[in-house]
Design a protein around this ligand. Structure first.
Ligand SMILES: Cc1ncc(COP(=O)(O)O)c(C=O)c1O
Length: 409
């Protein structure tokens, strides 16, 4: 058995078909666009239909290479590897996950908030029409509290899953995932971790109680704002792993080959990118702290002693690439701040190789009413920053100018 390698090493080598050592083979996987393959006779087609290569909806070379890379990245050293399916978006990965853990006897899903607004909207809206019921647990905006107990208070034998992020969107609070997972397991529910804000280089969900793990590949993992994709990984110790393949085939939310190819190419530099993004985010959190133009800076580990200890425990390799700032002066100040930026673009996503900002009230959380947003602590002055790999001096200078512009009105 080969020695386990660091996630940054495995991503650098992702997709380099290691089994094929013949002379002159492609170093990287060629793109295969065929949506179906041809067969010589009935026994061959029968065998192929049980595998994943006969028909594109079932798998195919490029998506499967990406799956292998994600499995390697999310395998906890010494434990059995999870199974995985790449999907057409992060939302499709959540949909697929829901089909695995919501049953007629367990129709309820508990969602820990704040979270990406599409998460509870998908579960309560389209899936609500199919009988899924959701209960939300809103963590206090100021941080702290016993997250396990808060979740346990709403759990019951009718709950199929608890869905949680690690770093919350958009308030960048840190969730005690092991405590949430333990509460879910106590009632026989699965713990689904949306680890989009915490790629494998910064957090290991399966070592922290997750049964199912979702990433939007659209963000940091692909990293270049040219792919829509997702991945669902399921612990093989969980019964849901038995029907992942069957459900994925039927749902048809598979990732297209070219998107898989692009995502794999992006993934190969993700270790290095994330290292730099995390360093830059930490430096910017320090830069923004105590600026008079701001009434708050949101960054993991900054909400008191308990939060700092949790960040050290869960995120030992870096606290992620995301932070949010809350401008005094609300929406008008946020608009002036964004107009005051020069090379940093306003874009309703995250995880690009370059720094971008987003305005949750009109993008990721626009589905919530102003009152609902306020209750979650998402004010009109909140700007979310996805930190990229630029030189920190350039980022600080540009944000400094924008803060000055914001205070000038
Ligand atoms: C935390 C989180 N999870 C899931 C998603 C959904 O991902 P996608 O847009 O790839 O469907 C997003 C999108 O912004 C997100 O921020």
């Amino acid at each position: 058995m080969s020695r386990p390698v660091d996630p940054s090493t495995s991503t650098a080598r992702a997709g380099l078909g290691r089994g094929d050592t013949g002379d002159g083979v492609d170093l990287v996987a060629p793109l295969s666009l065929a949506s179906v393959r041809a067969f010589a006779d009935l026994p061959s087609v029968d065998e192929a239909m049980q595998g994943r290569n006969a028909y594109r909806r079932y798998g195919g070379g490029n998506p499967q290479r990406l799956e292998e890379a994600m499995i390697e990245l999310e395998t906890v050293p010494g434990q059995t590897a999870p199974v995985a399916r790449v999907t057409s978006s992060g939302q499709a990965a959540l949909l697929l996950a829901a089909t695995l853990v919501v049953t007629p006897s367990r129709p309820r899903v508990v969602v820990v908030r704040p979270c990406y607004a599409g998460t509870d909207s998908l579960l309560a809206g389209p899936l609500g029409n199919l009988g899924v019921r959701i209960t939300t647990v809103d963590l206090p905006p100021e941080g702290g509290g016993d997250h396990g107990a808060m979740v346990a208070a709403v759990l019951g034998a009718d709950v199929g899953a608890v869905v949680t992020e690690v770093i919350t969107n958009p308030l960048i609070g840190l969730i005690d995932v092991p405590a949430v997972a333990a509460a879910a397991h106590a009632v026989g529910a699965a713990c689904i971790v949306d680890s989009t804000f915490t790629p494998p280089f910064v957090f290991r969900p399966f070592a922290n109680g997750a049964d199912l793990v979702i990433h939007s590949l659209t963000k940091h993992l692909a990293g270049h704002s040219d792919v829509s994709g997702g991945v669902l990984l399921v612990d093989t110790g969980h019964e849901a792993s038995d029907w992942l393949d069957a459900n994925a085939r039927l749902l048809g939310c598979n990732l297209a080959p070219f998107d898989a190819w692009l995502a794999l190419r992006g993934l190969r530099t993700a270790g290095l990118r994330l290292e730099r993004c995390c360093e830059n985010a930490a430096a910017l959190a320090a830069f923004f702290a105590n600026r008079a133009e701001l009434q708050g800076v949101h960054y993991p580990g900054t909400r008191g002693v308990e939060d700092a200890a949790l960040a050290d425990r869960l995120l030992p390799r870096g606290r992620g690439a995301m932070l949010s700032i809350d401008l005094r002066g609300g929406g008008a100040a946020a608009d002036a701040f964004i107009r005051g930026l020069d090379g940093i673009r306003l874009a309703p996503s995250l995880g690009d190789v370059a720094t971008t900002v987003s305005y949750p009230a009109s993008t990721s959380h626009r589905a919530l009413s102003p009152q609902q947003r306020a209750a979650l602590g998402i004010g009109d002055g909140l700007v979310r920053i996805s930190v990229g790999i630029e030189h920190i001096d350039d980022l600080s200078a540009e944000f400094d100018a924008a803060l000055v512009a914001a205070s000038a009105g």
